[in-house]
Design a protein around this ligand. Structure first.
Ligand SMILES: N[C@@H](CCC(=O)N[C@@H](CS)C(=O)NCC(=O)O)C(=O)O
Length: 347
């Protein structure tokens, strides 16, 4: 009994120490090891996807590269940890990764009780449904899905919204859920379910892996809000600030017309906002000083933009109209163009 009690005490002390270690100075830690450890998906086209040589691309991947560029002036100083939906929060809590950038929805419980903190919204999404239009030519709306068998992934908001939607509309459904995305898609492909549900961007991405993508239609309803963004641990404000202001720098750069091609010449811009973004001295000759505030060089934002471009460039390169996903800016347009992306002022 006594031994059990002692080992419990030791166990508690060890996990407290582990939590403290995970919380302490992530920026210093990252600098010391020389790279950012970034948690991503196990493969979602447009967001985080490895090729045969294990080169990762995607919007979420570029965000981590942006953080690496801000710190090291080198977007390659990042390592990726592929995580299932279920594994992702533990990996962040335990300190296995420094940042989770994996199509993860900002919700209240994740942002509070899980001990985590969302730093921004890289992609405003909503949950949708995918259906085989050849098999079900008459289904044009999610409200016609009463009695359907629905495939989805465990450990996601998707599962929860699905239950809400069917309950709210007084419809029955049968759930077929798996931990791994490839199992979900295989089940849908094999006809083990009638519908596949996830974030709408995920439906566009996963549809590309089906034999005849054009046969599968995304139904018009969005049944939830899915603001997807990077996450860090609570209790490390300095690191949170680095990640949050990396996001705002990407948005501000697009708002100000600063991109990967013109960033060098923009350094001689007379626009004070551009000067502040790019760390050029203030008009009175004093240092701009914004990098110092987040423990980085004055040209932190210049380094980000040189490496990965502004938010618009990241969007177009990975998920935009000229990519296989063909997604329009929609809600992800800048606020000045009717969208929701808004960069807090650098001043
Ligand atoms: N945004 C939702 C869903 C995220 C999610 O895990 N979606 C699946 C289906 S698109 C996925 O990304 N799978 C890829 C993987 O597991 O690697 C959440 O945060 O819970």
């Amino acid at each position: 009994m006594k031994n059990k009690f002692i080992s419990m005490l030791i166990g508690a002390a060890v996990s407290l120490t582990a939590a403290a270690a995970a919380n302490a100075g992530t920026l210093d830690d990252v600098r010391q090891k020389g790279f950012v450890q970034c948690g991503v998906s196990q493969g979602l086209i447009g967001f985080s996807n490895p090729d045969e040589q294990n080169n990762w691309t995607g919007l979420d991947v570029d965000f981590c590269r942006a953080v690496a560029a801000a710190i090291f002036n080198d977007p390659s100083k990042v390592k990726f940890t592929p995580l299932s939906a279920k594994e992702r929060f533990t990996a962040l809590q335990s300190g296995e990764i420094d940042i989770l950038s994996r199509n993860t929805t900002w919700t209240m419980s994740r942002d509070t009780s899980l001990g985590l903190k969302f730093a921004g919204v890289m992609y405003y999404d909503g949950q949708g449904f995918l259906i085989n239009s050849k098999k079900y030519p008459d289904v044009k709306s999610a409200l016609q899905l009463a009695g359907a068998t629905v495939c989805t992934q465990t450990g996601t908001t998707t599962e929860l919204n699905l239950a809400d939607f069917f309950k709210a509309n007084n419809m029955e459904y049968k759930l077929v859920a798996f931990e791994k995305n490839e199992e979900v898609l295989a089940a849908y492909k094999d006809g083990r379910c009638d519908v596949y549900t996830t974030d709408q961007s995920g439906l566009y991405a996963e549809r590309l892996k089906l034999p005849n993508p054009e046969e599968h239609v995304v139904l018009p309803e969005l049944i939830s809000k899915e603001p997807l963004g990077p996450v860090v641990r609570q209790g490390d404000d300095a690191w949170f600030n680095v990640v949050k202001w990396t996001y705002f720098a990407l948005i501000n750069a697009e708002e100000l017309g600063v991109d990967s091609k013109n960033v060098e010449e923009m350094k001689s811009s007379k626009n004070p906002e551009v000067q502040r973004l790019l760390g050029v001295a203030n008009s009175d000759g004093s240092a701009a000083g914004f990098g110092t505030g987040i423990g980085l060089d004055e040209n932190w934002a210049e380094n980000i933009i040189k490496a990965v471009g502004n938010y618009g460039e990241i969007f177009e390169r990975n998920v935009g109209l000229n990519t296989p996903l063909k997604i329009a800016r929609g809600k992800n347009a800048l606020w000045a163009q009717g969208g929701l992306q808004y960069g807090m002022p650098i001043r």
